[in-house]
Design a protein around this ligand. Structure first.
Ligand SMILES: C[S@@+](CC[C@H](N)C(=O)[O-])C[C@H]1O[C@@H](n2cnc3c(N)ncnc32)[C@H](O)[C@@H]1O
Length: 264
């Protein structure tokens, strides 16, 4: 199935009139910020095609777009209860990759809801296939640029936890401005999290770990939820290929946990 037809297959998560109370504003024509990903093209396997054809209607939320296919219209809002058919604490994973962490967590915690935000279509397909195999129903997926989802698409305070595990390191000096966790990210992540909600991060790039800590230590929206230099490894984080590769290369894995400071 092409990307275009897969879009139609997703369930609408915005307001009933398409997400734009009072009419549809014109989309902008360019993004203001560099994005933290490069979209990979390439053919989807038969199984991946099947995932989009048969499973997207249940798992993938159809997001109103702005400037690009991975964008989110700034005036659109997710109706969380309608998307899951109930009210439950929501965990959001940014850059969920193949979905190993979130599918496993969703299976282990049927009392919670989970949202995977990813731009990598093959990863989204894998996530749906594994979720279906495991009978996981408390998971939804959004194919979009995560900062836009966090900043505006998720209603303020709607997330109980946000996870960012092994984000692309953009380790070359001229590329560090593309990192997801960069100055200003505290406000982005802080918008979606409820007061007291947790932001959990992990990386195998020391330089990025230091940047994450610096950015979040300075963010008025967050306070440390760990003692000492780094957080303990989060129990709910399953081992993925990215962590394995980091360990194989002799890198230290750094975890960080921050708590959303109550809004005044
Ligand atoms: C290095 S992989 C890690 C995947 C997974 N968290 C893991 O630990 O196995 C980073 C993932 O983040 C995704 N990603 C990067 N920037 C993103 C963005 N702005 N919005 C959504 N996904 C993004 C990439 O497509 C990629 O799949």
């Amino acid at each position: 199935m092409s990307g275009r037809s897969a879009r139609g297959a997703g369930r609408a998560g915005g307001t009933p009139d398409g997400g734009y109370p009072g009419g549809m504003p014109e989309p902008r024509t360019f993004r203001d910020e560099p994005v933290s990903f490069v979209r990979r093209s390439g053919r989807m396997s038969e199984a991946q095609e099947r995932a989009f054809a048969e499973l997207a209607a249940f798992y993938v939320l159809d997001v109103p777009r702005d400037v690009a296919w991975t964008s989110v219209h700034p005036e659109a809002r997710l109706e969380v209860v309608a998307a899951y058919g109930r009210e439950a604490p929501l965990t959001v994973e940014i850059g969920s990759g193949q979905g190993h962490a979130i599918v496993s967590a969703a299976g282990a915690h049927p009392e919670r809801d989970f949202l995977a935000v990813e731009v990598f279509r093959a990863g989204l397909a894998r996530t749906m296939l594994d979720a279906e195999r495991d009978g996981v129903r408390n998971l939804r997926l959004i194919e979009a640029n995560a900062p836009e989802v966090l900043a505006t698409y998720l209603p303020a305070g709607s997330a109980d936890e946000t996870w960012i595990f092994f984000p692309d390191p953009w380790h070359k000096k001229r590329h560090t401005k593309r990192r997801l966790v960069r100055p200003g990210f505290g406000a982005t992540a802080g918008a979606a999290l409820r007061d007291g909600g947790l932001l959990r991060l992990a990386t195998d790039w020391e330089d990025y770990a230091l940047q994450m800590r610096e950015v979040l230590d300075e963010a008025p929206e967050f306070e440390r939820a760990f003692e000492g230099e780094w957080a303990e490894r989060f129990d709910g984080r399953v081992m993925t290929a990215f962590e394995r590769k980091g360990i194989a290369k002799g890198r230290d894995i750094r975890d960080l946990t921050y708590r959303r400071v109550p809004r005044i």
